[in-house]
Design a protein around this ligand. Structure first.
Ligand SMILES: [Zn+2]
Length: 133
């Protein structure tokens, strides 16, 4: 999935725990593996930066607005497995990461873009809500 979706997923899972870092941050990391189970396109780094940068800025804005410094940390943890893969560190973890990833088949149907888009928008909406609403 896109880094943007993983960032939003990590932030959303953290928020779902009531912003309890001790459980929310490990679950934010684990959210990556769950999202990777969903069939999706994997775009290149350029597209990931193009779509991820505004999301990073938005999560930082929300962290400031909601006074929650761990929200961007959770977003980072949500994207961390792919960052480790790009940096080629964590060989053993890479095998675990890939064992969770859906089995890629070609041609991938175009509607997968819309499914991921729907997931990303839903996560964006969820993390944008004020606490307790
Ligand atoms: Zn991944």
């Amino acid at each position: 999935m896109l880094a943007a979706t993983h960032i939003l997923g990590g932030a959303a899972v953290y928020k779902l725990t009531g912003s309890k870092g001790w459980i929310g941050l490990p679950l934010a990391f684990a959210s990556h593996l769950v999202l990777d189970r969903i069939p999706h396109y994997d775009l290149n780094i350029t597209w990931n930066l193009f779509l991820g940068l505004p999301i990073i800025l938005f999560v930082l804005f929300l962290a400031w607005k909601q006074n929650d410094a761990l929200l961007p940390v959770a977003g980072f943890l949500g994207a961390l497995p792919d960052i480790l893969m790009i940096l080629q560190v964590g060989g053993f973890f890479h095998r675990i990461h890939m064992s969770f990833h859906f089995e890629v088949y070609y041609p991938l149907p175009v509607y997968l873009f819309f499914i991921e888009g729907g997931i990303a928008v839903s996560l964006l909406y969820y993390i944008s809500r004020e606490r307790g609403k």
